[in-house]
Design a protein around this ligand. Structure first.
Ligand code: AMP
Length: 289
């Protein structure tokens, strides 16, 4: 595996792959790699000839008072994990390489950027879409893989790629979870043992919602109220949101309708903010016979 730190070198390498007729797969990450990231690398591997993994803790997507400084970083371990998972190139630039002084160009998807995560993390998605647009220009991928774990992010990246005519296909890979249901996240290391146990309530509440909807409940209000009870029993420091959404538009829904719905949640235990979601397939109501 090749490790590259310079933008110009990464662009030249990507260009040479393209000239050789190779299909490039990109997996953007902030490092501290776990099995969720590994699954994305494998998904990219299955769809391309060369896989480029990027590791960059992107300052523009962190708000003031968020965890930019203390975000877990372990470049040496990450190199081993990325190589083992099947990466060909690890692109890990310094901040000044990506944002030289005087940098002033941002990419913003309006509207959906300011709801849910965007309401609690203003400018977060502006940072995300800007870095992803830059990584597309630097690594020249044919395919880029993102995780369903960050459902709103995946939605916005798809929209950006479509509306800015990026010639790259966006793949969204399923959420990888611990055995007890907690979605893997680099931020899980912030949880103490007690919070870690209580954090399983996120997945429990989503499974509960799924079972209610599968058994015919169509009121989003009722489902979200039940989820709120389950989450509250785990004594979170705050429930930021519990939202039932249309996966096509990311707008909130009142009634569950075919073909599917997305339920997204953000909950804090201590100062650690966790997000999770589930897509629920919804069948047509059967006519009474
Ligand atoms: P991050 O390093 O947290 O910015 O995540 C990099 C990519 O990995 C994003 O596309 C995330 O959605 C994805 N990802 C993070 N956690 C998981 C998970 N548990 N399962 C699948 N993908 C994930």
């Amino acid at each position: 595996m090749l490790t590259i730190e310079r933008v110009a070198e990464m662009q030249a390498k990507a260009e040479s792959y393209r000239k050789e007729g190779k299909r490039i797969g990109l997996v953007p990450t902030m490092g501290s790699l776990h099995e969720g990231h590994v699954s994305l690398i494998q998904a990219a591997r299955a769809r391309s000839d060369v896989v480029i993994v990027t590791i960059f803790v992107n300052p523009t997507q962190f708000g003031p008072g968020e965890d930019y400084e203390r975000y877990p970083r372990d470049a040496v371990r990450d190199q081993g994990v990325a190589e083992q998972a099947g990466a060909d190139v690890l692109f890990m630039p310094q901040v000044g390489e990506i944002y030289p002084s005087g940098f002033a160009t941002f990419v913003e998807v309006e509207d959906v950027s300011s709801v849910l995560e965007g309401r609690f993390r203003p400018n977060h998605f502006r940072g995300v879409t800007t870095i992803v647009a830059k990584l597309f220009a630097i690594t020249k991928p044919h395919v880029a893989v993102f995780g369903q774990k960050d459902a709103q992010q995946a939605f916005l990246i798809r929209k950006m790629a479509e509306e800015l005519n990026f010639d790259v296909s966006i793949i969204v890979a399923p959420i990888v979870r611990e055995a007890d249901g907690l979605a893997l996240s680099s931020r899980n290391v912030y949880l103490n043992a007690n919070e870690r146990t209580r954090a399983t309530s996120l997945h429990r509440s989503l499974r509960y919602a799924e079972s209610l909807v599968m058994s015919g409940e169509r009121s989003a209000g009722k489902v979200c109220a039940g989820m709120s009870r389950i989450l509250s029993e785990a004594r979170p420091s705050q429930i930021d949101y519990i939202a039932a959404l249309s996966p096509e538009s990311f707008s909130e829904i009142e009634t569950f309708e075919p073909p599917s719905a997305l339920i997204a949640i953000a909950v804090r235990f201590g100062s650690t903010r966790l997000i999770d979601n589930i897509v629920i397939p919804i069948s047509e109501k059967r006519e009474a016979s």
